[in-house]
Design a protein around this ligand. Structure first.
Ligand SMILES: [Zn+2]
Length: 136
């Protein structure tokens, strides 16, 4: 595996299940049984009703492009502009900050609400990142 030069997340006890699922190429989010709803980012209790009855459930990996920005200047080492930072509206409800790949990073090709799906970047032996691409 070539050296990965972009910044990497540091899993915490609350986020470790998310990263473990990513390693399996599964998008998994915390779910509150009392609210019958997913939430994100991971916390030990539901941010809506404060219930501690939380479980991890696998999600579809499908959603829509909520908003995006085309980055023309590298903000961190390892990034090759232009690239797209995006917030994806997941079908299950929560929004996820990510990168959009597999599409020309141009104002002519990108549209809010376009359907997208998760794809995986195996960054290191420990970390796999959930990225998104236009839905097939
Ligand atoms: Zn709740």
């Amino acid at each position: 595996m070539p050296e990965y030069t972009k910044p990497l997340p540091i899993p915490s006890p609350e986020t470790q299940p998310f990263w473990d699922a990513c390693k399996r190429h599964e998008l998994s989010l915390p779910y509150c049984a009392a609210c019958d709803a997913f939430f994100f980012y991971p916390r030990q209790f539901c941010p809506t009703c404060f219930s501690w009855d939380i479980e991890w459930r696998r999600c579809s990996g499908k959603g829509t492009l909520y908003t995006f920005a085309i980055q023309y200047r590298p903000q961190m080492p390892g990034f090759t502009p232009p690239y797209v930072t995006a917030i994806v509206q997941l079908d299950e409800g929560p929004r996820l900050l990510t990168n959009l790949v597999g599409i020309d990073p141009s104002p002519e090709t990108l549209r809010c609400d376009m359907p997208v799906e998760v794809t995986w970047e195996d960054a290191t032996d420990e970390i796999t990142l959930p990225l998104f691409r236009p839905a097939s």
